[in-house]
Design a protein around this ligand. Structure first.
Ligand code: NDP
Length: 331
């Protein structure tokens, strides 16, 4: 029998956490034959609710779930974890400046960086979900220098999946037949959902999305803004932010990272930039990646047209500014 994988979920008593932990316990993240142990962390005001989530996990009698730790102690939560999904974060409340939210979150990620660095299992893979996700991940990386940079990522898979979903709806095709969209840059409204290399499997073979949609105005306009603003549209409709789709995307991100992407398919991940595609180096930037043997590689050599170039640069500038703001909050 396989050894259990220990998975940390921070902010586990929150909305995304509540959707995410049962998916992990059912094998959606790591496979239907992979036993798991869940380490759930939240802050003291959420301790009682967190314990309720633990009770429900017991009651669900998941065969793959070999143990549950529910704690408000970061060291206990981080000990021995192989995968860390960082969902906990300070929400932006009305009247709060961007700098205030940034300040709260970077200090959380700085302290969690130390707990992870000192207590996680070697080669622990980290996924940051809480916003500002790219910059929280960067701070985590900077303050956990012994964790390899390639092990620290942020979630743009939800944006990627939203882009697949929009193309599938527009063309009335199965979402599983659409692939190779790209989310470039920041998980924010400056992200660039790019369909220039995306294809759809049709009865007569693989076809470029641009050829099938035949509506460049839509692809260069409404499609992009719909994906960028989908989070706000969900909040308007549900009066709560997206949770099941965020949780599902977090599972997709880790699953593909650990188990590999299918041949000929790439996905979007926020990773430590080496300056590929002239993105700023030294920020966490979302790129198209393939994964094999537990490691991601940025897809190289894709043509970037002038329209795309501007958008890649714009979101890169925002990430550089966020990095500066984050450091000014820490000093
Ligand atoms: P959610 O579970 O809805 O969201 C958690 C985080 O994920 C937020 O930062 C949210 O950012 C972010 N996020 C990223 N992508 C998405 C997306 N597509 N849709 C929705 N959210 C997204 O928040 P809750 O408030 O329900 O839960 C947060 C938990 O974190 C609580 O249990 C709380 O106790 C805990 N917490 C932990 C802290 C700590 O570790 N020190 C500090 C504060 C809270 P955004 O809101 O900007 O969308």
């Amino acid at each position: 029998a396989k050894e259990p994988v220990r998975v940390l979920v921070t902010g586990a008593a929150g909305q995304i956490g509540y959707a995410l932990v049962p998916m992990i316990a059912r094998g959606v993240m790591l496979g239907a034959d992979q036993p798991v142990i869940l380490n759930m962390l939240d802050i003291p005001p959420a301790a009682e609710a967190l314990n309720g989530v633990k009770m429900e996990l017991v009651d669900a009698a998941f065969p793959l779930l070999k143990g549950v730790v529910a704690t408000t102690d970061a060291v206990e939560a981080c000990t021995g974890v192989n995968v860390a999904v960082m969902v906990g974060g300070f929400p932006r409340k009305e009247g709060m400046e961007r700098k205030d939210v940034m300040s709260k979150n970077v200090s959380i990620y700085k302290s969690q960086a130390s707990a992870l660095e000192q207590h996680a299992a070697p080669n622990c893979k980290v996924l940051v979900v809480a916003n500002p996700a790219n910059t929280n991940a960067l701070i985590l990386k900077e303050f956990a220098p012994s964790i390899p940079a390639k092990n620290i990522t942020c979630l743009t898979r939800l944006d990627h999946n939203r882009a697949l979903g929009q193309i599938s709806e527009k063309l009335n095709v199965q979402v599983s037949d659409v692939k190779n969209v790209i989310i470039w840059g920041n998980h924010s409204s400056t992200q660039y959902p790019d369909v220039n290399h995306a294809t759809v499997m049709t009865p007569s073979g693989e076809k470029p999305v641009r050829e099938l949609v035949k509506d460049d105005a839509w692809l260069n306009g409404e499609f992009i803004t719909t994906v960028q603003q989908r989070g706000a549209a969900i909040i308007k409709a549900r009066k709560l932010s997206s949770a099941l789709s965020a949780a599902s995307a977090a599972c997709d991100h880790i699953r593909d990272w650990v188990l590999g992407t299918p041949e000929g398919t790439w996905v979007s991940m926020g990773v430590y930039s080496d300056g590929s595609y002239n993105a700023p180096a030294g920020v966490i930037y979302s790129f198209p990646v393939t994964c094999k043997n537990g490691e991601w590689t940025i897809v190289q050599g894709l043509a970037i047209d002038e329209f795309s170039r501007k958008k890649l640069d714009l979101t890169g500038v925002e990430l550089t500014e966020e990095k500066e703001l984050a450091y000014s909050c820490l000093s």
